[in-house]
Design a protein around this ligand. Structure first.
Ligand code: GRF
Length: 207
C-alpha cells in the first residue's frame, strides 16, 4: 500500500480527483495519510475533512524565517514518512533538504507542457495568461518528479490540450484541469503505486 501525503494551497480540485480515483478504483494500492496546506482557508482542507483525512497546516508565515519553516516542514514530512509526497497545486517551494531526503518520492502537477511555460513565476493562472499572450495553440499538463530545480525533475506523464481562440485564462485553466490534470495525476499515482515506472539515468521509464 502506497502511503501518500498531498500538499495543497487552494481549491484542491486535484486532491478531489485523487480521492475520487481512489474511491472509484482508478488508483489502487494507495492511501492518503494526510493533507498538508500552507493556507488555513484552503478549500482543500474541507475536502480532506470530508474524507476523514487529517489536515495539517504548515505556513511559512508561522515561522521566524524561511530556514526555520524549511526545517519544520522537512521534519514534519520525515515524521509522517510517506512513500510519496504529491504536490497538487502547492505554491510553496520544496526545501532542498526535503528534496534530498525524498529523492524521486515527490511528484508535482504543472499546468503546461514542460519545458514550455514553467519555472520561476509560472504558477496558477499566470501560466495560462502567458500561454494566451504568446498565442500558443497547444498547452496541457505535466506530472514530474521534483528535484532541486523549478519544474525541472524527470517527466512522468504529459497530456496536450488545445487552446481555443476565445479562451480567457480562467476558461483555459478549467479546460486544462478537466482534460488533463484530473486524469494525469491519478494515473501517475496509480503507476507509481503499482511499480510501473522507474527513474533511470534521470529519465522516467515504464517497467
Ligand atoms: C492546478 O492548475 C495545478 O496544476 C496548479 O495549481 C492549480 C491547483 O488547483 N499548480 P487545485 O487546488 O488542485 O484546484
Amino acid at each position: 500500500m502506497l502511503k501518500i501525503v498531498v500538499c495543497v494551497s487552494g481549491g484542491g480540485t486535484n486532491l478531489q480527483a485523487i480521492l475520487d480515483a481512489i474511491d472509484n478504483g482508478i488508483i489502487t494500492n494507495t492511501q492518503v495519510m494526510a493533507v498538508v496546506s500552507n493556507n488555513a482557508g484552503a478549500k482543500a482542507l474541507d475536502r480532506a475533512k470530508n474524507h476523514n483525512i487529517p489536515g495539517i497546516l504548515m505556513s511559512p508565515k508561522a515561522y521566524s524565517d524561511r530556514a526555520a519553516f524549511d526545517q519544520a516542514f522537512t521534519d514534519k514530512m520525515v515524521e509522517l514518512n510517506p512513500d510519496l509526497i504529491v504536490l497538487a497545486g502547492f505554491l510553496v517551494k520544496i526545501p532542498e533538504q526535503m528534496v534530498k531526503k525524498f529523492s524521486n518520492r515527490i511528484v508535482n502537477i504543472h499546468p503546461s507542457l514542460i519545458p514550455s511555460f514553467c519555472g520561476v513565476g509560472y504558477y496558477g493562472l499566470k501560466v495560462h495568461e502567458k500561454v494566451l499572450e504568446r498565442g500558443a495553440k497547444l498547452t496541457g499538463a505535466t506530472v514530474h518528479f521534483v528535484n532541486e530545480g523549478m519544474d525541472e525533475g524527470p517527466i512522468i506523464a504529459q497530456k496536450a490540450v488545445y487552446v481555443e481562440q476565445e479562451d480567457t485564462p480562467e476558461v483555459l485553466q478549467r479546460r486544462v484541469m478537466e482534460e488533463a490534470e484530473w486524469i494525469l495525476l491519478p494515473q501517475a499515482i496509480d503507476d507509481i503505486a503499482n511499480g510501473r515506472i522507474a527513474v533511470v539515468d534521470g529519465k522516467v521509464r515504464r517497467v
